[in-house]
Design a protein around this ligand. Structure first.
Ligand SMILES: [Zn+2]
Length: 267
């Protein structure tokens, strides 16, 4: 299989050819197994980070690594909480270790441009730590030309798009869990996996500006969603995918340009 952007669908020889000279970027989708309300499956963050990465990889001539399926613990103020059945999470040290190991693995293959495409709010700082440890380790070994980017795809939805898609006001990305963003993207990409008749059209969750452990389950709305998905549409999902992936591709092209230049200069 030669013509896929998904690394695990390639044979080893094609993979080697595509990453030879450190040219192709490898994008690692990072998801979670987390409840997303009564209307969507547990693997929404895996599906969406992988689809986003696929769209970016096509634009930048990169490859998408097999996704990191599990994520860091869901929190009440951004994902409903880790106490909800079905939500299955990793400890921080495990997330850090996976990010560190995968960075070192791709570097060992000869990849010089790596990007973690995050689809689960709570993962971010632990991915950062793992990447930082790996880059430090590589530098100590004299390998200084590996560049790693980390991003969460919703950070690439600009203000104009937010105003266009949320005419009644925007509650913030933390409360978008199981809301319009994720549901619209799922309706566009995987409509057969969404049951809109099960959406509970409730006002946005009202949560305290602190965390408390053990969690008080009653703080999370019974639906598990932190805002309503009632206004989600496939058209909004198409716009979100397109705008976010175009902006992410531009960021990757800009950051990885010097990696390509270095490579050319060495020849
Ligand atoms: Zn999610």
């Amino acid at each position: 299989m030669r013509n896929s952007v998904y690394m695990e669908e390639l044979d080893s020889f094609t993979y080697r050819e595509k990453i030879s000279d450190g040219k192709a970027a490898v994008l690692v989708p990072v998801g979670s197994i987390e409840q997303h309300g009564p209307h969507m499956p547990l693997n929404v963050d895996v599906l969406l980070s992988r689809a986003m990465a696929g769209s970016v990889a096509e634009a930048v001539g990169g490859l998408v690594a097999a996704p990191i399926t599990y994520g860091y613990k869901s929190q009440q103020r951004s994902g409903g909480g880790n106490h909800i059945p079905g939500t299955t999470s990793l400890d921080a040290s495990t997330v850090i270790s996976i990010a560190r190991t995968l960075t070192l693995e791709f570097a060992r293959h000869g990849v010089r441009k790596i990007a973690f495409i995050n689809g689960h709010f709570e993962n971010y700082q632990f991915l950062y730590e793992g990447v930082d440890l790996a880059v430090t380790e590589l530098q100590r070994a004299g390998i200084n030309d590996v560049k790693v980017m980390l991003l969460s795809y919703w950070d690439f939805v600009d203000e104009a798009t937010i105003a266009e898609l949320y005419p009644d006001g925007f509650t913030g990305w933390d409360l978008e869990h199981g809301g319009v963003l994720e549901t619209s993207l799922m309706l566009h990409l995987y409509p057969e996996k969404v049951e809109m008749d099960k959406v509970e059209d409730l006002p946005p969750a009202v949560l305290p500006n602190y965390d408390v452990l053990p969690v008080r389950p009653e703080l999370t709305p019974a639906s598990g969603c932190l805002s309503s998905a009632a206004q989600a549409t496939a058209t909004k999902g198409e716009i979100l995918l397109k705008r976010a992936s175009v902006a992410m591709s531009a960021a990757l092209d800009a950051e990885f340009q010097d990696v390509i230049d270095n490579d050319v200069e060495q020849k």
